[in-house]
Design a protein around this ligand. Structure first.
Ligand code: A2P
Length: 270
């Protein structure tokens, strides 16, 4: 099924190396946007992996950054979720893309936020801050996630309510999804929190784990190595703090070569 023949998906003839065509763009806030591009027919990836994408720089050299693929592996297109940094070398330009534009996409997916890097378990936690939600947008739409676990808990911490919208909309849509809607029902718990604006649940997820609030709110037992597996994606500080917390619960970190009880990856921030 690996069709590596000429790629007919691009609407325009590619003028850049590894060019793909933007098919849609959605701006969620002043600082967040998502976009979809054509998918090279030969690209196979595991949900949760990232690829290098970017634009041609002013100096004629590609300006590339690692972006988690936010779409599931069965999707015809590729979706990405990005921050906009006013003086960020890539995102200051990338935020202005429109349908029909081209971006560069190196078709070599890699990453540790994949099911293969976790040992079997009963409950799977996805811990994200900000645009760290992106790999989980892929994993949440992957039937494997629901086949492998009895319960999935998606936590997302953002500064304000508007920053939760991309994740909230995706979660809402899952229940109506013809492919996985039935699998999601009764298995997926969503636990959004904000830190700088009033919402239903305030506070950093790290604090809420440390004081047990999360477990009380969800009516579940605390995290334990026998039952729980976790994937973490956020800023460096967040990843470090979550790693310490998960190790405190007795979980050990895994990788592609040595599956374990949790895995961590840094969200792109520049
Ligand atoms: P806070 O507002 O308390 O800094 P950022 O935009 O800085 O990447 O942060 C995104 C969200 O992640 C914010 O809600 C922020 O909370 C939270 N956050 C940042 N660092 C950590 C950390 N080390 N542990 C837990 N949450 C964090």
């Amino acid at each position: 099924m690996n069709d590596a023949s000429s790629d007919q998906t691009a609407a325009k003839k590619p003028v850049l190396p590894d060019a793909q065509t933007v098919t849609s763009v959605k701006h969620w806030t002043d600082q967040l946007f998502s976009f979809r591009v054509t998918r090279p027919k030969s690209l196979r990836f595991r949900s949760g992996e990232f690829v290098m994408i970017g634009l041609m720089g002013d100096n004629g050299k590609p300006l590339l950054r690692a972006y988690s693929i936010a779409s599931p592996s069965w999707d015809d297109e590729l979706e990405f979720y990005s921050i906009k940094v006013p003086d960020g070398p890539l995102t200051s330009k990338l935020q202005h893309i429109e349908p029909g534009d081209q971006i560069i996409l190196r078709p070599k997916p890699v990453g540790t936020l994949v099911h293969d890097a976790l040992l079997p378990g009963k409950r799977l936690w996805f811990f994200a801050t900000g645009t760290g939600f992106a790999p989980f947008a892929s994993l949440l739409r992957d039937p494997d996630t629901y086949e492998k676990y009895d319960e999935i808990i998606m936590t997302h911490t953002c500064r304000n309510v508007a920053e939760l919208a991309y994740g909230q909309e995706l979660i809402d849509g899952l229940h109506d999804d013809p492919l996985i809607g039935e699998m999601v029902a009764g298995k997926l718990r969503y636990y959004p929190t904000t830190t700088r604006e009033q919402s239903a649940k305030m506070g950093r997820i790290t604090t809420l784990l440390n004081d047990g609030t999360v477990f009380d709110d969800l009516g579940i037992d605390p995290i334990a190595p026998e039952t729980d597996r976790a994937m973490v994606c956020g800023s460096l500080g967040f990843n470090k703090d979550l790693k310490d917390i998960l190790e405190g619960f007795g979980l050990t970190e895994g990788s592609n070569s040595e599956p374990g009880q949790f895995v961590v990856e840094k969200a792109f921030v520049g």
